[in-house]
Design a protein around this ligand. Structure first.
Ligand SMILES: Nc1ncnc2c1ncn2[C@@H]1O[C@H](COP(=O)(O)OP(=O)(O)OP(=O)(O)O)[C@@H](O)[C@H]1O
Length: 552
């Protein structure tokens, strides 16, 4: 097992539920394999004869399939040539637009309001919001600049009333999602991605009079699954659409009961597969599948689960949607193997790893043994400014989290904690206390790094740097959400020096100051440090000589 993967497994909740089951299953599979081997050898002899006969048949079949494939390809090429004939900048001429997607039932009509605005206006909007759209079919669909520009079911529009305008990721991705296209949406943390994929899903469900279980959204952590569920339940509250959520750490019975009549399921992969194996859910009708935090879902720890889930859904007629704030090159190929000609909507230059620019990033290079005292003084400093400012502290491992939790308690800090040694009930109530403001300090492992939308987190403190710089971007993204500002204060030690180059790039990319001490690790910058993410570093200035930090 790769070192990084092993490290991940020591973290809590980041790896999917049902991990131990997986190991048991592997053992069982191994045993079964040895038994099977003897049988197979005997069988092989008899089969050899049959095979020769079958081979001839197979060859004929393959020839036929090849021919069909070739014909199909030529057909596609013809279609592409047709699309290429529509100039990108001349999208108005396609209006009024009724786009039949590959999913025959889905229709999206570009509204008069959208048709009436000029390409210059569109270009200006795309430019000022740093939106890049890569549409392989060149449909020329324009972004929506206002909620009224899209014909949403009235009950959904009502749920959106509290928001003034669509966020850039919503504006740019909705036309494609409503058209039934596969979409990869990459946008900064806290930029409204949940409604980005949720609203079109529910709208098409209602508009097309769908029935049964149609929408499945898979998320890497239990807390995030619950949050997505809450969002979708809010959007659908005055409709007959039934949403439900499946996650581990709590009894299955009630969740299975709730599946009856569900149209939308939000789930963590481990519990979902468990319920598939119980035969208690049929995903065969699912035609809208979302991977939230998609890069995380495609990492090795989840990859096989995702494949299993995909195989259980409606296949060819499935619309597949992946949303994320970080999109390392290394997962893109795998992602595209699950998708059909996806449209890529990129907000900000997300080909590079970029943090939310509204977050003030402070990085202090310190000696490891100073970390705990430093944490205490930081907490005093930030709490003296405003006692009620919410502060989220990240530790790397649950063992560390436990130690820090008691350190804080000994020093009279009231802290809620969320890590894998706690029961799901304790995790949920700690998160609730922090969300509601009853507790202004939350100590967490990376189980809380991704996706959690906690109002008014003012400060994120990284007590220990995460395993990857992507995780860093997600962690600090718990502040500065929905247009607000925030502070991320990171303690960086020699133990993480292999990530210094990547961190320098993130700081520079967000116009943040780079401490001298961090640059001094420059000579140690490695090109590849994570088995999945691989090299995502730009070159950094390594001309400064590295000064070795001494440890006692
Ligand atoms: N159109 C909108 N206008 C203003 N706020 C919005 C809009 N859409 C969603 N929001 C709010 O923005 C906040 C962040 O949204 P969300 O949790 O979907 O972010 P995200 O992009 O998924 O972040 P992450 O990458 O961390 O998962 C939420 O509180 C949500 O209610």
């Amino acid at each position: 097992m790769a070192k990084e993967e092993r490290k991940r497994k020591h973290q809590d909740g980041v790896i999917g539920d049902g991990e131990s089951k997986k190991v048991k299953k592997e053992k069982k599979d191994k045993k079964d394999k040895t038994e099977k081997k003897d049988k197979t050898e005997k069988k092989d002899k008899t089969e050899k004869k049959d095979k020769t006969e079958k081979k001839d048949k197979k060859d004929k079949k393959e020839k036929k399939e090849k021919k069909e494939k070739k014909e199909k390809k030529e057909g596609k090429k013809e279609k592409k040539e047709k699309n290429d004939a529509v100039p990108k900048s001349n999208a108005e001429s396609v209006s009024p637009e009724v786009l039949d997607s590959k999913k025959s039932t889905v229709k999206y009509e570009q509204s008069e309001a959208i048709n009436s605005y000029s390409q210059d206006k569109v270009d200006e909007f795309l430019k000022s919001n740093e939106i890049a759209i890569d549409d392989p079919e060149q449909t020329g669909l324009k972004p929506i600049l206002d909620f009224s520009h899209v014909d949403l079911d009235g009950r959904i529009s009502k749920a959106l009333e509290k928001y003034p305008t669509p966020t850039p990721i919503q504006a740019a991705s909705w036309p494609f999602l409503l058209s039934g296209k596969d979409v990869v949406g990459v946008a900064e943390t806290g930029s409204g991605k949940t409604l980005g994929f949720g609203v079109p899903a529910v709208n098409n469900f209602l508009r097309l009079g769908k029935q049964g279980l149609k929408i499945l959204c898979v998320s890497p952590t239990r807390e995030l699954a619950v949050q997505i569920y809450d969002n979708l339940a809010e959007v659908t509250k005055s409709t007959s659409v039934k949403c439900t959520v499946l996650y581990g750490g709590v009894p299955k019975y009630e969740q299975i009961e709730n599946l009856k009549g569900a149209n939308v399921v939000v789930a963590t992969p481990g519990r979902l597969i468990d319920i598939i194996n119980d035969g208690a859910i049929n995903l065969g009708t699912v035609d809208y599948l979302v991977l939230d935090e998609a890069d995380r879902m495609l990492e090795k720890g989840f990859e096989q689960d995702i494949k299993t889930i995909m195989q259980n859904t409606a296949g060819a007629s499935r619309q597949t949607v992946m949303f994320t704030a970080t999109w390392p090159k290394e997962v893109r190929e795998l992602a595209s193997s699950f998708m059909n000609n996806p449209v890529k909507v990129n907000i900000g230059n997300r080909d590079e790893l970029v943090a939310n620019k509204r977050i003030e990033q402070i990085v202090e290079v310190i000696e490891p043994y100073h970390k705990e005292n430093k944490l205490l003084s930081l907490l005093r400093k930030y709490q003296s400014k405003n006692k009620n400012d919410k502060i989220l502290i990240f530790a790397l491992y649950k063992k560390e989290a436990r130690r820090i939790e008691s350190l804080l308690q000994r020093n009279s800090f009231e802290v809620a904690a969320i890590h894998g040694d706690l029961s799901q009930q304790q995790r949920t109530s700690a998160l609730d206390a922090f969300k509601s403001g009853r507790s202004s300090l939350l100590l967490a492992t990376d189980v809380a790094a991704r996706g959690l939308d906690i109002p008014n987190v003012k400060i994120v403190i990284n007590l220990t740097f995460p395993l990857t710089v992507e995780d860093y971007v997600h962690r600090i993204g718990r502040t500065g959400r929905a247009g607000q500002s925030g502070i991320a204060h990171t303690l960086f030690t020699e133990h993480e020096k292999h990530l210094s180059g990547a961190l320098v790039n993130v700081l520079r990319g967000a116009d943040q100051p780079v401490p001298e001490e961090l640059l001094k690790f420059g000579g140690h910058t490695k090109k590849k440090t994570h088995s999945v993410y691989g090299a995502f570093y730009k070159d950094v200035d390594t001309t400064k000589t590295a000064k070795k930090i001494k440890f006692d």
